[in-house]
Design a protein around this ligand. Structure first.
Ligand code: NAP
Length: 342
């Protein structure tokens, strides 16, 4: 079946890499075979793919997820697109079932691959589990789609961090490192929603206004000593919780701005928590929980304006290497998105 923009049965455009390495290993193929949808899966014509630091860590082989990955491999884990239909063998996903999930062919959807699914998403057509998708409301304008492409992974991470791991309570004081990044832009509103009394967020001075718009008190780490600022703002007591999306240069100094009984949550999955635990400080790494209920919660948040995630840059497929260089720089504001149609 041709897709809405006329994707045909022949080869398709897809980003693949056949060895681990720098951004140059990513290649745009124009003759990739179209995937077939397996049981429980649908075919989706991708419009935009959201990028995440995990993408370069898989590409360079440093992520635990790179272990055993079959090469050549695709890249990217989240996207927005249009449902084409279920596979021919997908008995459980007949038209009625797809419609009952709001995923009838022609519906615009967003989502991310589940933890056990290593296939990429930067391709004209992907096969993906119907459970990993949610419909985008009809009223959403086409120019907003890049934000939806970048919503699922950062959003599910922020939910896991705030609800499951940090369990933010009414009245707590919270410091977020990296408040204007992909996850940070969702952490701030979710922490406030959970009832935090005061929220500070670090970022470069150029991102201070954005952090303030999101509802946190900005601390420009490139202009001020953030440790001193936090201690001054809390009468030397420190905060209840640190949510550390950056980790590298922030984790150790954060241990000195936590109240006794405080909690630090580091986002990178390979973060070494032992320096905290050796000092008797609680430290955790969140784990994404997928599920339609959580995706639907993100839909409401983006629609209502409660989660104003921005897509700051949209690059065409042939600039995927440049996009990965930007990701690796570690200063993405909101989300970096690939236009799969361009
Ligand atoms: N555990 C999980 O399941 C999970 C899920 C998703 C993501 N992650 C990890 O979480 C981390 C963040 O992901 P992301 O998508 O939010 O990344 P991102 O969009 O690239 O954001 C990076 C942020 O870090 C800030 N930053 C850079 N240097 C900093 C410093 N020295 N101090 C404070 N902030 C600094 C940047 O702000 P400035 O530009 O202002 O410096 C930017 O806001 C990554 O390591 C990612 O792999 C983990």
């Amino acid at each position: 079946m041709p897709g809405a923009r006329g994707v045909h049965h022949g080869g398709m455009r897809e980003i693949l890499f056949d060895r681990f390495g720098g951004p140059d290993v990513l290649t745009l193929r124009t003759d990739s075979p179209r995937p077939t949808a397996g049981p429980g899966e649908v075919l989706v014509e991708v419009a935009y793919a959201g990028l995440n630091p995990l993408d370069y860590k898989i590409r360079d082989g440093s992520s635990a997820r790179a272990e055993g990955l079959a090469l050549p491999a695709g890249t990217g884990r989240e996207m927005a697109g249009t449902v084409i239909g279920a596979g021919p063998d997908s008995a459980e996903l007949d038209e009625a079932e797809l419609a009952s999930r709001g995923l009838a062919p022609g519906t615009r959807v967003f989502g991310m691959r589940g933890p056990g699914d290593d296939r990429g998403v930067v391709a004209e057509v992907i096969a993906i589990a119907a459970d990993d998708l949610a419909p985008i409301p009809d009223a959403v304008e086409a120019e907003m789609l890049p934000r939806w492409a970048g919503l699922a992974l950062a959003g599910l991470t922020a939910i896991a961090t705030v609800r499951d791991t940090a369990r933010i309570q009414e009245g707590q004081s919270v410091l977020v490192h990296g408040g204007s990044g992909g996850v940070g832009q969702l952490l701030i509103p979710m922490v406030l929603e959970a009832g935090a009394a005061r929220v500070w967020a670090t970022g470069r001075a150029r991102n201070a206004e954005r952090i303030r718009e999101l509802g946190a008190e900005p601390i420009a780490y490139d202009e001020a000593d953030w440790q001193r600022e936090i201690l001054a703002a809390t009468d030397g007591e420190g905060v209840d919780v640190v949510l550390d999306t950056h980790y590298f240069s922030t984790f150790l100094p954060s241990l000195d701005v936590l109240r006794p009984d405080g909690l630090i949550v580091a986002l990178p999955t390979l973060a070494d928590l032992s320096p905290a635990r050796e000092r008797g400080i609680r430290a955790e790494i969140p784990q994404i929980v997928t599920g339609r209920d959580r995706l639907d919660h993100l839909v409401q948040g983006l629609r209502s304006g409660a989660y104003p995630l921005e897509a700051s840059q949209v690059l065409p497929m042939e600039r995927i290497d440049e996009a990965h260089r930007l990701l690796e720089d570690g200063h993405t504001r909101g989300k970096l998105v690939i236009d799969v149609r361009a």
